[in-house]
Design a protein around this ligand. Structure first.
Ligand code: NDP
Ligand code: OXD
Length: 309
């Protein structure tokens, strides 16, 4: 019964030691370093690998994603009985909350405008607003969306959130399902995408939806690059329909040299660093799940494969 790790070597060493200390009956073997009998592999922890990699292990039972998202893994190529578990860990959650606070404050206080004026050598005064005047709408009210709202709440922004099934969150106006999307967008001066990438959410940041937002609003995408239609964003920014965008994720990644996002004055890019899986906290979450597995308990972060997240 082998647990196999495929990914960054540095993380593999930390996880090997955490698992050895906490679940000694299930040693973690590292792909490319340890001798592995493919027939024995029941569990794999990986960020990403091609379908052929997973195809080598006929007895695979559970795939643990190293990340919170799973769309980077070839899930549809796995046999239907294979369970998929995503990473729900405090390092990712805290990192994302920090990024969303940074991005919302930067857009709310017009930092893109002041940076470009500085670069042009101009001392340009522009009146600022208070947080109470910028309505923030968060798409996705899962682990990350809720943590983002928690850091925004004390700053005084009027907050709303949109999810599939609806939530009740203190101080947040919650919208549920596609029938409420237009109303949600219409009152989002700053829109934050923290959705998982599924067939239903792909391309959701598009011309039709930008047109439903208040004129001069701003967009933050920290979900996945596939949520955004790149040409529609550029068109909306150039037409002044949208004021600015902060993007942590793109399609593809890395963004190819010469892509218009790099030089667009109203687009601010970070290279998928909003939240990182932290070796120590995430290694302990993996160990928690192995303990749960051995005890026959429900796993943290198990994905509904039909739903896609
Ligand atoms: P969760 O699964 O906890 O939450 C997903 C949320 O999205 C839920 O509220 C869900 O609704 C909602 N949702 C899913 N599909 C739809 C839909 N069709 N319409 C409306 N709402 C929908 O995920 P996390 O919060 O942990 O992570 C979200 C995503 O963030 C990840 O999938 C990943 O892509 C991205 N991510 C990006 C990182 C980065 O560094 N940029 C780092 C980590 C993650 P409901 O509550 O009703 O189920
Ligand atoms: C994740 C990510 O899904 O880093 O965890 O994008």
């Amino acid at each position: 019964m082998t647990l196999l790790y495929h990914g960054l070597e540095e993380r593999g060493l930390v996880w090997r030691d955490i698992v050895a200390a906490r679940v000694p009956q299930m040693p973690l073997l590292r792909w490319g370093h340890d001798e592995v009998d493919p027939q024995e592999v029941r569990y794999i922890a990986a960020w990403n690998a091609p379908a052929e990699f997973f195809g080598q292990f006929p007895n695979l039972e559970i795939l643990f994603s190293v990340g919170a998202g799973i769309d980077q893994l070839p899930i549809n190529a796995l046999p239907p009985h294979v369970r998929v578990v995503r990473m729900v860990e405090q390092g990712i959650i805290t990192g994302m909350a920090e990024y969303v606070a940074l991005a919302c404050l930067a857009l709310h206080r017009d930092l893109p405008f002041f940076i470009s004026e500085q670069r042009a050598g101009r001392w340009s005064y522009r009146h600022t607003r208070l947080a109470s005047q910028s309505r923030i709408g968060v798409m996705g009210l899962g682990e990350l969306g809720r943590a983002a709202l928690d850091v925004l709440r004390p700053l005084g922004f009027p907050l709303s959130g949109w999810s599939r099934s609806g939530r009740e969150i203190e101080g947040v106006t919650c919208f549920a399902g596609t029938s409420t999307l237009d109303a949600f967008l219409a009152q989002s001066d700053i829109l934050v995408c923290l959705l998982p990438l599924t067939d239903e959410t792909r391309g959701i940041l598009c011309r039709a939806n930008f047109a439903k937002m208040p004129a001069g609003s701003a967009v933050i995408n920290a979900g996945r690059g596939g949520h955004l239609v790149a040409d529609d964003l550029i068109e909306a920014l150039d037409a002044g329909r949208l004021r600015a965008a902060m993007l942590d994720v793109t399609n593809p990644e890395p963004l190819p040299e010469g892509h218009p996002f790099y030089r667009h004055p109203a687009i601010f890019l970070t290279p998928h660093v909003a939240a990182e899986t932290r070796h120590d906290t995430a290694g302990n979450v993996l160990a928690d799940n192995l303990e749960r597995l051995l005890a026959g308990e429900a796993l943290l972060g198990e994905v509904d494969r039909k739903r896609g997240y």
